[in-house]
Design a protein around this ligand. Structure first.
Ligand SMILES: NC(=O)c1ccc[n+]([C@@H]2O[C@H](COP(=O)([O-])OP(=O)(O)OC[C@H]3O[C@@H](n4cnc5c(N)ncnc54)[C@H](OP(=O)(O)O)[C@@H]3O)[C@@H](O)[C@H]2O)c1
Length: 238
């Protein structure tokens, strides 16, 4: 048994956006190492994985988030991975209110709602002497932007701000918070095709899952605040 197995066996971790891409890789990696995963996404039809419990979750919908949070609490969740997200790229002059709401509601409000749903439980865990973790998958563009990126990067800057505020607040109830900031990852992101030739050198979902597991398996005295990772073929950017 590896050290990671020991750190993950018996743990219960809620993962949003678990149906494909990075979230699916995180769910697979966690269950493979003995964790139980409460896995949520809007389309979970037909998904099956030993150790994972799939829930129909729309992170923008309060009732749906409440049901997911209740399931996670019933299972004894000790960590949350906020990964659900959408991408949308266009110049400022083409951003519509409807698209603004779709992106902000998913990437920002979704992170807030799911996290808020678990905080009372994290506080109870703290009262019993147990800490908890939140890992937010934001992006390398949570702190820089580019032409065509106004809407998406605004949502990721905001998600970073939520992550950092939560880290300050969570110290009072034993919460360790991590921001994972990947560069280009070969997934289904923004309606793209996974495995397309031009993505051959990009990060794989497993690379990001590794970073998430690094944060989740940090020793109890260590807090991984942030992980920034890029494919070598991407420009060096901070
Ligand atoms: N790919 C990249 O280059 C890249 C780089 C940096 C950061 N990221 C971030 O990584 C995260 C995961 O993206 P990905 O690349 O893995 O994209 P993906 O392959 O499109 O997967 C996105 C996941 O989010 C779920 N999702 C979307 N809207 C949702 C909602 N309202 N409620 C619940 N789940 C929802 C999707 O499932 P359903 O559609 O079934 O709900 C899917 O499971 C996102 O936050 C993204 O911003 C991606």
């Amino acid at each position: 048994m590896t050290m990671r197995d020991r750190a993950l066996r018996g743990r219960v971790i809620a993962v949003t956006g678990a149906s494909k891409g990075i979230g699916w890789a995180v769910t697979q990696a966690l269950t493979a190492q003995g964790a139980r995963v409460i896995a949520g996404a809007r389309d979970v039809g037909g998904l099956q994985l030993d150790g994972a419990e799939f829930w129909r979750l729309d992170v923008t919908d309060e009732a749906s988030v409440d049901a997911f949070a209740r399931a996670a609490v019933r299972a004894g969740v000790d960590a949350l991975v906020n990964n659900a997200g959408v991408g949308s790229f266009q110049p400022v002059e083409e951003i519509t209110p409807a698209e603004y709401r779709r992106v902000m509601d998913t990437n920002v409000l979704g992170t807030l709602l799911v996290t808020r749903g678990l905080i009372p439980h994290f506080r109870e865990r703290y009262a019993r002497g147990e800490g908890s973790q939140v890992v937010n998958v934001t992006s390398d563009v949570s702190a820089r932007t580019f032409a065509g990126g106004a809407l998406y990067t605004a949502s990721k800057y905001a998600q970073r701000a939520v992550t950092q505020a939560l880290a300050y607040e969570g110290r009072a109830y034993g919460l360790r918070v991590t921001e994972i900031r990947p560069g280009m990852v070969d997934t289904f992101f923004a309606g793209s095709v996974q495995g397309a030739a031009h993505k051959a050198g990009w990060l794989r979902p497993d690379d990001v899952a590794d970073a998430v597991l690094y944060a989740l398996t940090a020793p109890l005295h260590a807090r991984i605040d942030e992980v920034l990772l890029h494919p070598v073929e991407q420009d060096v950017v901070f």
